[in-house]
Design a protein. Sequence first.
Length: 255
Amino acid sequence: MICARCHHFAAAPGAALCHRCLGDSPEPAPAFGSTPGLWLRSPVGLGWAAVVLLGAVVAADLFAVWADFLQYDATGALADGETGAAAFRRADRADQLLGAAAGAQAVSLVACVIVYLCWFQRVRANAQVFDPLRQSKSPGWAIGGWFVPVVNCWYPRRITLDIWDASSPWGTTRSHTLVNTWWALWLASLFADRAATTGYGDEAEGAAQVRDGALQMIVSDSLDIAAAVLAILVVLRLTRMQHEKAMAGAAPAAL
């Protein structure tokens, strides 16, 4: 069994706590000694922090979708020939809301990325303790894989699946459907965002093109919401799997 207090080290024989928490020894052995120099660290706190910030990303995206709809409606009216001060005021208000939404999205995304990557590094390190032979990518790719062009289209998914398999209960495997669906939506949202951004770039001239760009942004932000919701489920499921496996102790002798 793993220590019920620190969740890092093996519990002392016949006790619920490790030797360090009992005060018997300053250097207890790691709970899973398969990789020298590594021991389990609880992902629960970072997992909940990542979930909260992913929720903030969802909230910012919902705000953005609302602003996109206002922009689509206002520019659509202008494209259809509506004139007058009221029509232009609606368009100006939509532009202001879009700016505020973009700021909220940027702030929530940066905060979420930092905490999510800390959580991801933590669960990757734990997976190395659980099952080092199952990890197909080196630990550095847990961070670098998200930022290196081209490989960032599949490395994070591969690493997540390796962590997922290593974190499954001893002697079992868990379906990859949740991870694969999340990753498909994540890639779709990235490509949709790139396509939608051109709708507000230099090529967007006139109300009709801005309206089309707003429609593309609605699709992009909606996909991002779906991907973030599934990311929350992935974080919750993987965090729970690792916590339960750590609490179960080392692999049974039969395995």
